[in-house]
Write a protein that binds this ligand. Sequence first.
Ligand SMILES: [Zn+2]
Ligand SMILES: [Zn+2]
Length: 144
Amino acid sequence: METQELKKAGLKITLPRVKILQILETAEEHHMSAETIYRQLLAAGEEIGLATVYRVLTQFEAAGLVSRHHFEGNQAVFELERGRHHDHIVCVKCGRVDEFVDPIIEERQKAIADKLGYTIQDHALIIYGECSQGVCPKKQPMDS
Ligand SMILES: [Zn+2]
Ligand SMILES: [Zn+2]
């Protein structure tokens, strides 16, 4: 499965590429830093260096397999390009990322662009906040 996707993207099949793609495809968290991926590889017994992880992710990005986000206050995170538009909400304390799509927001943006004489090619909406309901692992220590 991963090998086919690599071929389709015009990338030669190498072990690091296959393993990193596997992690991106199976991870519960859809937005991961290079370091998180690196640590998961280590935990799985794969000896792939952090520099290689960065290089492969950059190649994936160039090939359109992943997109890279620079959320404020966080390391760059990568997510598999699934071809469906969504926006992000990011916790400024723990870096947790959630995705959302809101039809009204989408519509309003189109209306604003129309009004100002633009055709939208792309947009990125990022909401920064603090995750609540006690789920934020960074909340307690930072509050005290
Ligand atoms: Zn996303
Ligand atoms: Zn949080």
